[in-house]
Design a protein around this ligand. Structure first.
Ligand code: TXA
Ligand code: MG
Length: 348
């Protein structure tokens, strides 16, 4: 299949381009599009066959439900039952934005979207291209991240192109995504709202408007409530080690590990904060990727997947990643790094 990658103005999307993409969605085809978090691989959420195609194209496990994207609150009403006070507050405070609300679904949502669950995740993305595409298509759009399953999510159009070229007809390329990590998935089906996946909207911000908010912490013999969280996502090909502790100790351990890896002729990639970069630079790792300042976790979030992808592209064998503080957006960043490491965590 030939894949068209079309540049689009992310602030003022050209109507004729949106119309071309919206027509494909209406016809049951797949279109990749930018959101503020990561790129999505979209299909008409009410078309079971089109949604089934998403799973094929990504190589996505069948038990992992898709998020449905809407462009206005009217659209939501036909998709969920029990839109409650909590949902209303969340929508008013954070939509459009990086928050997915899980609520009981109506029969209009095909099983292919909800992967057999009785609930559905809904989100209104904060991106002019995504919003106008949904609006013009006139249907809600089901979209997972537009990567091949198991790869880091795409945060620019080239990432999508590299993963899905030849597999889908159309990519709307609106440049880089601002947030860079996926939306927070919040379960509103129980009494206490529960974060199933940390993401762009922090727990602290949710607590301000909802009061108590729980976090799903699956234990060894209990599966996570978001089916996708059981998979080792975001994984680069190299072995990633996550280092947590005081800066001086992290720097010392990384220096040591760089030398050990070099002795074994392994290529080393470092993912670190701006504050650590100059000390590590002089140790000559094959790749030194500065995620951003520890003072500005939003920078770290926005560049994280680019860093992981670069490690793959440069065939890095050993990746040493510096942990960040686990509050605010740092909670989502550390969740992704922990997964990328396959739980290879060094407390130094
Ligand atoms: O920011 C995002 O959320 C991006 C953009 C494209 O919107 N989308 C995204 O989709 O990250 P995906 O499919 O890569 O991740 C969706 C996550 C998975 O972990 C899935 O299991 C969970 O949300 N999820 C979806 N519907 C759910 C439901 N009804 N109940 C529990 N978890 C659900
Ligand atoms: Mg994904």
């Amino acid at each position: 299949m030939e894949t068209k990658r079309i540049y689009i103005d992310s602030q003022a999307p050209e109507p004729e381009i949106i119309e071309e993409a919206a027509k494909l969605i209406r016809e049951g085809q797949l279109v990749a599009f930018p959101t503020e978090t990561v790129y999505g691989l979209g299909a008409n959420a009410l078309n079971a066959e089109a949604c089934a195609e998403i799973f094929k194209v990504k190589g996505r496990p069948q038990d992992n439900p898709l998020i449905v994207h809407v462009s206005n609150l009217e659209m939501v009403k036909s998709l969920v039952v029990g839109w409650n006070e909590q949902a209303e507050r969340c929508a008013r405070a954070f939509w459009p934005g990086p928050l997915t609300l899980v609520l009981p679904k109506t029969a209009i949502i095909p099983d292919a979207v909800s992967a057999g669950l009785s609930s559905v995740g809904i989100r209104m993305p904060n991106h002019p291209v995504a919003l106008s595409l949904i609006e013009k298509a006139g249907v809600p759009i089901a979209a997972p991240s537009a990567n091949l399953s198991g790869k880091p999510s795409p945060t620019n159009g080239i990432h999508v192109w590299k993963d899905l070229r030849g597999r889908i007809p159309y990519i709307l390329d609106g440049g880089a995504c601002n947030v860079g990590v996926e939306s927070t998935v919040l379960d509103l089906t129980g009494e206490i709202p529960c974060i199933l996946r940390p993401g762009g909207i922090t727990k602290e911000r949710l607590e301000k408007i909802l009061g108590e908010v729980a976090v799903d912490h699956p234990s060894e013999n209990q599966l996570p409530k978001a089916p996708g969280m059981k998979y080792r996502h975001y994984a680069p090909k190299g072995e990633l080690y996550l280092l947590i502790g005081e800066r001086e100790k992290i720097l010392a351990r990384m220096t040591d590990e760089i030398h050990k890896a070099h002795a074994r002729l392994k290529k080393v990639g470092i993912l670190c904060t701006l504050e650590s970069a100059s000390s590590l630079h002089s140790q000559l790792p094959e790749l030194l990727f500065v995620l951003g300042s520890e003072e500005r976790p939003e920078e770290v979030a926005a560049s994280l997947y680019e860093g992981l992808r670069l490690c793959d592209e440069q065939s890095i064998d050993i990746i040493l990643a510096e942990g960040v503080a686990k509050n605010g957006l740092g909670f989502a960043i550390m969740n992704r790094l922990e997964k990328a490491s396959g739980q290879k965590i060094w407390y130094v």
